[in-house]
Structures are given as structure tokens and as C-alpha cells.
Design a protein around this ligand. Sequence first.
Ligand SMILES: [Zn+2]
Length: 456
Amino acid sequence: MTRRFVWFAFSVLFVSGVTLGQIADAPPSPPPDERFKADILIVVAHPDDETMVTGYLAKAIFDEHKRVAVVFGTRGDGGGNAMGYEQAASLGAEREIEGRRALESFGVMNVWFLGAPDTPGQDVLRSLETWNHGSALAQTVRIMRLTRPQVVLTWLPGYVAGENHDDHQAAGVIATEAFDLAGDPTAFPEQVSAPRDRSSISNLTEGLHPWQPQKIYYFTDASHTGFLEGKGPQYSTKAASPSRHVPYYRLAAEEMSFHLTQSDTGQMAKEALAKGDFHYFEEPVRLILGKSLVKCAPTDDIFEGTVQGPIPFRSVRGYRPEAVQGVSLELGGPWAFYREFWRAHGIENLAALLPVPEVAIGAGETLYVPLVVRNDSDLPKTVKLTAVLPPGWTERAGSARYPVSAHDLYPAQVVLAAPAGVKPAWYELTWKAESDGQPAGSVTLKVQLASGGLPQ
Ligand SMILES: [Zn+2]
């Protein structure tokens, strides 16, 4: 061994602290990055969706000093453009900036886009498909763990008569799933495993911490709001902000006015500000309490009962099949999904919001109703399906005799033509199943014929 090598070996031992009788102090372990901490995480589908709650956010941000972060599922690349010819990806590029500028005006800088395509329609299952559900969920869980919110605000995961945008519903479904997964270290475990050496490359994993949010609230684009009464807090926008000295509705209009490609939000807000007519913005912000893991009443303030630090993970019951006997009839598609989704995620209270399922379409349009004919008996059955329709409705498909194997189901697709040239109104449509000459269940759907809805 040369003298030079001995000196080298000694230096290595000394510098690394491995000298006889001593042990080095490990460097401090850095906490989660405070720059990304949020009190409220908003999970929505399109730039301008946040305007559903800006009348409340003005108060929370300017007067209560709450930190807010936002996830947009899409860049809003569908729909018309009130400013120019830019469409599709170009429109999305514009709307991302509109959304960022609008939120920046409220001091909200932590804004993420999931990159899903804008999918106009009413069937949540279609949006979950086009959004690449698993990937969108993984990213939402990641952002929930990064921002560590007490409260999540998102769209209602439910089928309503109104705009009922399937992307809105998808945002609500994914936010609910993320709420229940972000605190579970076995969900997307690569996100919560410590990196090998954070100061260098090839670190293998992401180094976040599991996080259990405390409350989740929903808002809706339903055409009617009576069913929201008493289901969550409502925030008047008419009070003046103590720090800004103008009513919250004016602050909400200013935020909305950044979305100028959108005629029904940005352009409307621009006009309201020019005319000083804010009647649209004077509507309260209406929320529905989905669930709370801390003690509070449904209509309490959204921060009532919340604690600053982490709370323990709370597992949900998950899917459990229910025992069904004989032949039965159910609404299928998104309605069937929600029935199980609410139970699986501990938000059964949403089932009581609209006891009779509903949908809205335009007069003269086609209505699609997925039905499920079930046979939970040990014998094959022939099930007769008939429709009871109000005057003016025409059935194109649906009524028939359906062969259903034992312990199987038959997905029947009902297609109806709604009456044309009628005034906006509600209709009640019923389907009846009959097996072995006996009634075997029925399904009723309320249909609102109105203008301005999305295609089903
Ligand atoms: Zn939207």
C-alpha cells in the first residue's frame, strides 16, 4: 500500500464520518413542500368550471386567507369560440391560458391540467373512457398528495336534468375516487415510496406522502336547484368583501371575465361588468356535502370541524354485490354505475337527492335509455318489456321479448323520439317487465324537454 493510498483511504473514512467511536448525524428530513399546500383542492373538467364556486372562493381567498389549488381534467378544447376561429387543440391552448390568468387574478397559481380530451355529452362512462380513467385518477391522486387539502370541491357525480356534462361528472367521480385513495399507501405506491437519493438522478420513486382529505363537497350543473336545499352550505355572494370593499359577486364576475372564448361565461361577465348588471352573479354558491371524516353538520361552513394536520386514513366499504332474486328490471348505463358507486364510496346520501332518476334533452331529439333485464333465477326466462309513454313520444326500439339465460342479464337499449315543437316541460316515462305472465318490475324516468342541453 503506498503512502498516498493510505492517506486517501483515511480521508474517505474521515469525511464520511466513519471514524472509530463516532457516528455521523443524518441530514434533516425535509417536510412536504409548503409552496404546494392547499386548504381547498378544486377538481373540475374545463377552464371556467371553477366559476361555479368563485363567489365563495373570493371570500375564502381574500378574507379568510385560504390556499387554493385547481385540477382541470381537460383544456376545454371542445365547444364554440366567442373570440375567433381557433378550434380544437388551438382552442384548448387558449383556454388553458384563460384558466391560468383567471385563477391568477385570485392569487391561485397551483393549477394542473390532466390533458384529457373535452368530450361533450351526458354519459359519464364515455368521458371516463376518453379521459383514460386510470391515468387521470393516478394524476389526481398525485396532486391530492402534493397539495394535501383539507377540503375537496368538485362536480356532482350524478346524472341530472340540466347541462349534465359527462366531463363534469367524470371530474366528480375521479375526485371522489382520489379522496378515498390518496391516503392509502397501497394505491399508486410508486408515488409514496421515498426516493433513493433525492439530490441525484435515477431515484426510482416519487417521495410523496399519503394524504387523507377531510371533506368532499359537490356542486352541480342541474337546471333546477330545489333538491340542493339543506344538503350543504350555501354562500351568498351579496356581502361586501372586507378586504376588497366590493361584493363577492363582482369579484366572481371579474374572475369569470378572463374566459373570453366562452360566450356563456367570459363574454357574459364582460358584459355584466360593462353594464354594472350582476343579477346572474347574485345567485348563491350552492354546495352538497358528499362526506365528512370530521364532525360537522351538512350545512356548516366547509371548514367546520377540520383540523390543520393529517388525519388517519379512512377506508371505504367498496363494491359489494347485492343479492337479487328472480327476474328484475333496472336502469343501466350511468344510472346503474352511480347506484353502486355511491354505496361503494360512502356517499349513499347522493341517492336521496333525486329519488326518481331524471334526464334532459331538447324537444324533437332522440332519447337513449339503457335498461338491464336481470334473471337471477336458476331457469332461462323470456321477459316481455313494454313502455308506457306520454302522448307525442315515439318508440323506435325497446319493447320486445328478451331471452335471458339463468343468472344472466340482457342489456336492452331503448330509443325514443321526443315530441318536437313543444314548450319546455317534464314528462314521466315508464317501462314494465313481465315474466311467466307475472309483473317482474318497472322503471320510471323523468325527462325534461328543454333547450340548450348536450347530446346524450
Ligand atoms: Zn365545463
